[in-house]
Design a protein around this ligand. Structure first.
Ligand SMILES: [Fe+2]
Length: 314
């Protein structure tokens, strides 16, 4: 069962959606009034600026940029005692944080990397644009290019990140992606089902509604939550989520041996910043993502497409 384009519309609305639209209007007004580059001392005297300068002076920039252009496929496995038997071995292809800046070459590279990768469901966890104020047109072409390489038996599901626009919901739906905005649906296989939910961005827009996304799930259902960042883990545990899948942090993007990531850009424990983690009764996975932001380089933190395999614990 693939999601058909006409079946990919998603219900948006309610106070949180109105809040997102109001924030977007305000951002556009401020941008038109002040322009993109406003003078801020914090921009000049920041750790990111210092790292940028260091990379340039030490000539490590080129190596970091090359690292950022070499994505890997990472395979991880999670076991759950309550996973329906029909979903034992279910493979989720997790793609996140493309940060397309208009260039088509990286989309083509990701598409080619995904050729031959079989999965059951593809999930996109936000940040399709390099910068919120970048032109939107090319992002649709680039996403369409990536999707042409995706082999997912049950289709592709997506959510919005902190760099994304509300209009992506309809435009991505037109590309065949089932967009979830504080919403969920039941995916059934051989008479058994799991609940797949997605929330709006919890990082910057703060328009997420974890409990609302679970509305409709049958009691005792296995629940998968897609969120852009790992910042609503506590709410997810309260909503009885079993697996929390997210991105946003880029795994730190630049990691120092022993010390770990320099930046996570998220209000969460550092252990939620990359890879597999556990919080109370819930398991989680934070991908390093496929793109970069702020500094176009990576160290000790390769970009990745993750294959998350669900196993039923014996
Ligand atoms: Fe993000």
């Amino acid at each position: 069962m693939k999601f058909q384009a006409e079946a990919c519309t998603t219900s948006v609305g309610g106070p949180r959606w109105e809040r997102r639209l109001a924030i977007e209007r305000r951002r556009a007004e401020n941008h038109a009034r002040r322009g993109r580059r406003t003078f801020r001392l914090s921009r000049i005297f920041s750790l990111k600026t210092a790292v940028k300068l260091f990379l340039k002076l030490s000539r490590l920039q080129a190596r970091g940029e090359a690292n950022a252009r070499r994505p890997i496929i990472r395979r991880v496995s999670f076991s759950f005692p309550n996973l329906p038997t029909s979903f034992d071995g279910f493979r989720i292809l997790h793609l996140s944080d493309f940060h397309f800046d208009g260039e088509a070459a990286r989309a083509v590279m990701i598409r080619d990397m995904l050729r031959g990768v079989e999965s059951d469901l593809c999930v996109l966890t936000g940040d399709y644009l390099a910068d919120y104020f970048d032109p939107l047109g090319r992002v649709y072409c680039n996403l369409a290019t990536v999707l042409s390489g995706v082999r997912a038996q049950y289709g592709t599901v997506g959510i919005l990140g902190n760099n994304d626009h509300s209009e992506f919901v309809q435009r991505f739906s037109d590309l065949g992606v089932r967009m979830l905005v504080n919403d969920g649906f039941e995916l059934g296989i051989k008479g058994e089902s799991i609940w797949i939910a997605g929330v709006d961005d919890p990082n910057t827009f703060e328009c997420e509604d974890v409990a609302g996304a679970m509305r409709g799930a049958s009691s005792g259902a296995f629940k998968l939550l897609l969120a852009h960042s790992p910042e609503v883990a506590r709410e997810a545990v309260e909503a009885d989520v079993h697996l929390y899948v997210c991105g946003h942090t880029h795994g730190g993007q630049m990691c120092v041996p022993v010390l770990g990531p320099l930046f996570l850009n998220a209000s969460c424990p550092r252990r939620f910043g990359s890879g597999a983690w556990r919080y109370k009764t819930m398991q989680g996975y934070t991908t390093t993502g496929l793109g970069t932001s702020a500094i176009p380089a990576r160290f000790n933190c390769p970009p990745e497409a993750a294959i998350i395999e669900l196993r039923r614990a014996r």
